[in-house]
Design a binder for this molecule. Structure first.
Ligand code: PBG
Length: 323
């Protein structure tokens, strides 16, 4: 039997040399939540180990992330007050913009400080855009708000804007607004294939979402693979520097498709529900937590992600460095 695939699996050293996919801290991005009015960080019940940060605790987490060698931080803001148009998103002193300034000053040279560009945390109805008179999400009116939000975030020092609202034309609109304001250096991440997923459940608790109903008129139908590819193509055409597939674990086929075709880097977002499932099973002693975490991340990389947003980023980077 000359062909014996087991030869390459015999020892740890051989397996290490023959590994087709690797994880590097620089390929990990940590999503973080900053809540307005907090003096101390506060745990998020559905995401054990993840916190609502105060600006001070966020700065400390950012320093820790930079020391761990992460590629970046993605900031989400949880405001105290919300309104129909999400005014807090464009207020230079709104929680997300204020936190971005603080974090960019602290670690902006060490890693890529990024911000979520979406209205859902800031609107009282909880949708990712503004509403038309009939209650539907008004795509083109929302683009005007995204343009303003992009300028506020760039002004605060965000290096990369994560366009997660799933409005048609959002990448082109934001690119145009930034370029017209002389901010052509700001990177754009198009959440190209963002699915209407049950796995965002814990995140919605984390941002104290006020959403009633769902986001199925703008996020993709989980049944659709071809449409995920199409969205990525459109985001690239509109000038996205990076495209994303989200969630990651239940959309690895879409991720592989997009990775095969995309001329720009492809990222994946391992979302709150993916995190919570592993943590809950591990807490019950039903799964080997650390191995499951690494396997989930290597699976996402293997499917084609150049970088991964994960709530385990800092911890995993620590493991990778000491191995
Ligand atoms: C919307 C947004 C969502 C997530 C990040 N930004 C999802 C949503 O509520 O539709 C989900 C992230 C996660 O679940 O970890 N701005």
């Amino acid at each position: 039997m000359p062909v014996r695939p087991r030869r390459t699996r015999r020892t740890p050293a051989i397996r290490r040399l023959f590994a087709e996919t690797r994880l590097d801290p620089a390929q990990l991005v940590l999503p973080v939540f900053v809540r307005e009015g907090l003096a101390e960080p506060r745990p998020i019940a559905s995401m054990p180990g993840v916190q609502h940060h105060s600006i001070d605790s966020l700065k400390a987490a950012a320093v820790e992330a930079a020391e761990a060698g992460l590629g970046g931080l993605m900031l989400f803001g949880v405001p105290e007050r919300r309104d129909a148009v999400g005014s807090g998103a464009t207020d230079p002193d709104g929680v997300l913009n204020a936190a971005t300034r603080a974090v960019a000053a602290e670690v902006g040279d060490a890693l890529v400080v990024q911000t979520d560009l979406c209205l859902d945390e800031f609107t009282d109805h909880g949708h990712c855009g503004v509403l038309a008179a009939d209650g539907s999400v008004d795509n083109d009116a929302t683009l005007l708000r995204y343009r303003e939000m992009a300028l506020a975030q760039a002004e605060s020092g965000s290096a990369l804007l994560g366009l997660s609202g799933m409005m048609d034309g959002q990448v082109a609109a934001v690119r145009d607004a930034l370029d017209a304001a002389g901010r052509s250096e700001v990177l754009l991440l198009g959440y190209a294939a963002k699915y209407a997923s049950a796995f965002y459940g814990p995140f919605r608790e984390a941002v104290e979402s006020t959403l009633e109903g769902d986001r199925r008129t703008y996020q993709l139908d989980p049944a659709n693979r071809r449409e995920g590819r199409r969205e990525a193509v459109l985001d690239v055409e509109q000038g996205a520097d990076v495209v994303m597939v989200k969630p990651a674990g239940t959309y690895l086929d879409v991720l592989a498709d997009v990775a095969a075709e995309s001329p720009v880097p492809v990222w994946a977002y391992q979302v709150s529900g993916e995190y919570a499932m592993v943590e809950a099973a591990a807490a019950n002693g039903w799964i080997d937590r650390d191995r499951a975490v690494l396997e989930s991340l290597i699976g996402i990389r293997r499917a084609g992600a150049d970088a991964v947003l994960t709530y385990w980023a800092t911890e995993v980077a620590g493991w990778l460095r000491t191995r």
